[in-house]
Design a protein around this ligand. Sequence first.
Ligand SMILES: NC(=O)C1=CN([C@@H]2O[C@H](COP(=O)(O)OP(=O)(O)OC[C@H]3O[C@@H](n4cnc5c(N)ncnc54)[C@H](OP(=O)(O)O)[C@@H]3O)[C@@H](O)[C@H]2O)[C@@H](O)CC1
Ligand SMILES: [K+]
Length: 591
Amino acid sequence: MADSRNTIKKTSKRLKGVRNENFVAEFMTELLSAAQMRAIEQAAIESGEVTGLELMERAGQGVVEAIFAEWPELAVSPAAGGEGGVAPRPAGPDSPQDICEQKKLRAVVLCGPGNNGGDGFVVARLLKERGWEVEVFLYGDAGKLPPDAKANYERWLEMGEVTEYDGEFWMDPSIYREDSVLVDALFGTGLTRPVENFNAFGWVTQLTEWRLSPENRGAAYPAPRVVSVDMPSGVCADSGRRLYSADPPFDLEEISADLTVTFHSKKLGHVLAVGPYYSGKVVVQDIGLCEDHEWRKANWKQIAKQFDAPFVGLLAKGYGGHKYSHGHALILSGRPGRTGAARMAARGALRIGAGLVTLAVPPAAQAEVAAQVTAIMLRRVGDATALTKVLEDARFNAIGLGPALGLDAGAAALVAAALEAGRASVLDADALTLLAQDAALFSKLHENCVLTPHAGEFRRLFPDIAAKLETAPVQGPAYSKVDAVREAAKRAGCVVLFKGPDTVIAAPDGRCSINSAQYERAAPWLATAGSGDVLTGFIAGLLARGFAPQSAAETAAWLHVECALEFGPGLMAEDLSEQLPKVFRRLLSQP
Ligand SMILES: NC(=O)C1=CN([C@@H]2O[C@H](COP(=O)(O)OP(=O)(O)OC[C@H]3O[C@@H](n4cnc5c(N)ncnc54)[C@H](OP(=O)(O)O)[C@@H]3O)[C@@H](O)[C@H]2O)[C@@H](O)CC1
Ligand SMILES: [K+]
């Protein structure tokens, strides 16, 4: 399970003091696009503080250090006279070459035609200096390598050979020895089009077959270990989507790395779409790029963030407050037999700290709901007029509606009445379908709303945007979920939270964050009936507590995953809210 304590320490160090106007951006890490990364790199080079060649050297060093950190049994110090930057180990009886020979350490480095390939040549040299047996393949024309990559290609030629990458190297059985490492330095942030040549990835099929073969299944580690430099080749750094050839000659198997080593910051492609699947595990290495404050000031709304943890001070309730100082959420219930969703949402709103929560129930459902709730209050709300009347009480400062609300005209009128009241509102499920069906209703959305669609609801609400996201991309940077949600939020004029393992939350002004339930936060058991209703309640509760819409959505989505991780497999939606006390206790006891 994620160790929030570590996350908080790490990220608070990273972005300490950075606050957005909602006072909740403390614990976020940046996710850069390829263009943003290039801009940061360019600014550093132009300022004269570093050269491209130095950055490439640090990148290669970063990869080697990450390999050794991941698999300490592979770590060896540089040979005498070597120039590697990894701290030498204490001198022992064996030379690095002897150790490597005993261990049979071997790397196959696949270098591409750009600077990603340049990093690969650095990795090859540093490993060779440590006594590894290293074989290097170049995909592309050495004469066309960019200058820094060319320089490292030439340095490598002083110590080893480069074989033209013909895609056949994988037929050599020695690659599949234990303790061999395959370094994928084919393409990084510069991948702009699908890789058309089958040979570029044909080896992956072989690799996968080898790993799955009966004699290797039981191996302690499926050799060779695959390490991708910056991005798993073939995955778009901006979208996490595979760039597919329009007419692929074969069904290509996919590279899936065991370890991806990236530089300075994660890229969007590491957390979006299928990026996590291909990346394996992502390690970010610092390559000494300094902050360019002017650039950041001009671009902060364009930089998407990974939401790592909420600002704990915001979650704590201050002393001396009473229930009304923590807001009053109104959750709209469906008709008899369909009240469970709203009840779960209401419980979520109360657990997350709303001072009061009232369920607005159709009169016919009152007995059913009353029999099931205690701390939650009830109000009879038969129709839109009754809802408008209830909302004359300004103490109802947040509304949650949509789960099992129904799709009839009465439900549409309730949505209209809720929107006309102008309160902070979260709209989910049936409310989203109603919005998708009725442009006039959609136009009532206002800046205090949060929409929480899953993929199907997003498609109904924003069909043209969804189509762009669903069409197989043929060039990079591919249209991403971040692009899609930003566009949707702008159109709706409110915050949109698009659910998934890569939940993206965007505001109309472009601010965007990603709540990733992947890697060490993977919680597949969260995909269970009713979990969306609980999220609606969490958001409604935080809106009631006065969180701004974007902050409410980000914090709720993060806590939702924390609750799922806290409970573990076997989770039912009802269990989610019940984990909040434990999660809060853990967070609030942070030093
Ligand atoms: N930014 C930084 O701070 C640092 C960056 N560093 C490293 O640089 C990497 C970025 O380098 P990069 O820009 O040269 O791009 P890269 O990923 O090597 O690919 C471009 C080449 O591939 C080609 N090409 C593209 N698609 C293709 C296809 N489908 N099939 C065939 N060819 C294709 C493309 O050809 P072109 O489109 O120009 O014709 C071009 O030749 C980055 O990921 C990181 O590893 C570090 O060294 C240090 C700090
Ligand atoms: K790569």
